[in-house]
Design a protein around this ligand. Structure first.
Ligand SMILES: [Ca+2]
Ligand SMILES: [Ca+2]
Ligand SMILES: [Ca+2]
Length: 605
């Protein structure tokens, strides 16, 4: 089987045509240090509509339909984003997607049908190339969104062997005790989905690709993905806590799970996604659904992509992953370069065709989901104690990789975690308070101050600067054009100020981080709600002090013990945001009092 598949992969990978675009471009490295970047996440369908000619199947009145945004629209708004101070744009998936399924459209891009073709709603390959070039002209980078775990709802399991898709086989819920099976999306079976005849089970059910050009339910591309062996074929995941289901089950919505241990599947993914970079000169990947794919796949995929791009002149290519999970031991595991067992490694190296053996390297960074829960939600939204932040940061030291990947960014993953307060998969930060009738604009600005000054790469979800407050998907995917892209909006100017100070201070971008005050107290104590941390680089210093308490002014002092910082007595620090100066006292003590939900960003005068 393995040799058979390998042969087919060699035969068919050569046939990828990528829209027939064969004009090569020169790849270059456009980034010096990823820690200097501020990422802005763009859902292309919702950000800007720059080309009415590609608006087919558009219905802006329905939140889960196509809305018409495209790459040309984003290109036309790059000056707005440059003025905001963001430096890297993570754009939603670029490949051709399923148009619509079960009355929901594929506007988000996470239902791949053809990994090698551009999504015609967004433009063509040349349009994407223009966007990347226009971004580079403004010293901005582009990150492409990557899905390798699954394809869209492109086949059904023909359980009853009648050649067509049945919503219900084997009895009905009303008339029979026997549960029914939907051939599009049957429940998980660890043996693989079985076929049935009147005599009972009769082996693995064949998969049958759909053929509906109108909704783009068409056989997947590249062609190697049309082999049954490319899929795990075990049906829909029912319990994500079961490792077999987590890794091998179809994703809810009938998204068919790829067998990412197969060499020809690994190579199809490397080939498809490396090619997008070769066609566009983009600068990095944000990678979807990390925990649903084996670590052996991540080792292979990231190493082969880095080697291939570095050989063509693109270095420091950044790959960060999304594992939608609050457990940092799990999230961090994808940034460790520890090797698997010798037997496992031998097995993995059987996929290698270029003679370069697999090492332990995986991703260069991860989306900081544990921090989303334990800090942005618990502390900044719920008002829980700030020692939670300190506990999370203390655990980081052992959870995340501390050595850079070979041919990677040159920075240890622990310093390039991607921090965020919300994204397209969770309610926006302002949603709960707005729902209760009092939008928490002060808390929002305080959380942004934290996001843009802590160690790591900040990631701002589009519309944050215009105070979008949508709830769960799809309400959190608002149309950006309704704002008029106002550059005088209060949160736009707040972010602009923060990105400006960050740019001016190497300590805030590259400095080491030390907590100087955290507290378990949330009541009427003098330090309730205070959190303070230092960022220190070779030639720069910054001190961030936050009062997360909603009810009263607080100070970093408790029972006569003051906050002590790493600056000598007599040093004058100035608040880069509000003005005002503070002089360091004896022994490095610094006293400061902050009103509720305010913060200070102190730098040397
Ligand atoms: Ca359009
Ligand atoms: Ca059938
Ligand atoms: Ca999987």
């Amino acid at each position: 089987m393995r040799r058979h598949a390998l042969f087919l992969s060699l035969l068919l990978l050569g046939c990828m045509d990528f829209d027939g675009l064969d004009e090569e471009i020169v790849l270059e490295t456009h980034v010096a240090d990823w820690r200097d970047q501020v990422i802005y996440q763009v859902m292309i369908d919702r950000f800007a509509d720059g080309d009415l000619a590609n608006n087919y199947l558009v219905d802006v009145s329905a939140p889960a339909r196509w809305h018409g945004g495209d790459w040309a629209g984003l290109e036309a708004r790059l000056d707005y984003l440059a003025n905001l101070g963001v430096t890297a744009l993570w754009i939603s998936p670029v490949y051709r997607n399923v148009e619509t399924d079960a009355d929901v459209d594929g506007y988000h891009g996470y239902w791949p049908q053809d990994f090698t073709a551009a999504n015609p709603h967004f433009g063509d390959v040349k349009g994407l190339r223009r966007l990347v070039r226009a971004a580079h002209d403004r010293d901005m980078l582009i990150l492409i969104d990557v899905v390798t775990n699954h394809i869209g709802q492109l086949f059904f399991y023909d359980v009853n062997l009648n050649g067509h898709a049945d919503e219900q086989v084997r009895g009905s819920g009303e008339q029979s005790e026997v549960f029914h099976i939907n051939e599009h999306d049957p429940d998980f079976d660890p043996r693989g989905i079985q076929s049935e005849t009147s005599l009972g089970e009769s082996g693995p059910a064949p998969i049958v690709f759909k053929h509906d050009p109108a909704t783009n339910h068409m056989p997947p591309e590249p062609p190697v993905l049309q082999f049954a062996e490319a899929y795990n074929r075990r049906g829909r995941t029912l319990d994500f806590e079961q490792p077999d289901q987590l890794l091998h089950g179809d994703f809810p919505g009938g998204l068919k799970d790829l067998d990412t241990t197969q060499c020809f599947v690994k190579d199809a993914m490397v080939e498809s996604y490396a090619r997008w970079i070769e066609l566009t000169d983009a600068d990095g990947f944000r990678i979807d659904t990390i925990k649903h794919v084996e670590r052996e796949f991540w080792r292979y995929f990231t190493q082969k992509v880095r080697q291939r791009l570095a050989a063509k002149g693109k270095e420091r290519f950044f790959m960060f992953g999304e594992s939608f999970d609050g457990r940092d031991e799990l999230v961090g595991a994808y940034t460790h370069n520890d090797l698997p067992s010798t037997e496992q490694l031998e097995r993995e190296n059987m996929c290698v065709q270029d003679g370069r053996a697999i090492t332990g390297d995986q991703l260069d960074g991860m989306f900081e989901f544990p921090q989303y829960y334990q800090v942005f939600r618990d502390v900044f939204q719920y008002g829980l104690s700030t020692d939670r932040i300190q506990q999370l940061w203390t655990r980081r030291a052992t959870r995340y990789g501390t050595t850079p990947t070979e041919l990677g960014t040159g920075i240890p993953p622990i310093e390039t975690l991607v921090n965020f307060m919300d994204n397209h998969d969770v309610p926006r930060f302002l949603f709960p308070s707005t729902l209760e009738g009092t939008p928490d604009f002060e808390g929002h600005h305080l959380a942004l101050l934290f996001l843009l000054t802590e160690q790591g790469i900040p990631c701002i979800y589009y519309g944050t600067e215009q105070r979008f407050d949508g709830g769960n998907d799809p309400a959190n995917r608002e149309d950006m054009w309704l704002t008029g892209y106002a550059e005088d909006a209060p949160t736009f100017t707040w972010i602009q100020k923060l990105t400006g100070v960050r740019k001016a201070h190497s300590a805030l971008r590259r400095g080491q981080q030390t907590v100087v005050w955290a507290t378990s107290r949330t009541g009427d104590e003098e330090d309730a709600g205070i959190f303070a941390f230092e960022r220190v680089s070779d030639d720069d210093y910054a001190l961030v002090v936050l009062n997360t308490h909603r009810g009263h002014a607080s100070s970093p002092v408790f029972q006569g013990v003051p906050m002590v910082i790493a600056q000598p007595e007599g040093t004058v620090l100035v608040d880069a945001l509000a003005g005002g100066t503070y002089t360091v006292g004896a022994g490095g003590a610094l006293s400061i009092t902050l009103e509720p939900l305010t913060g200070a960003l102190l730098v040397p005068q």
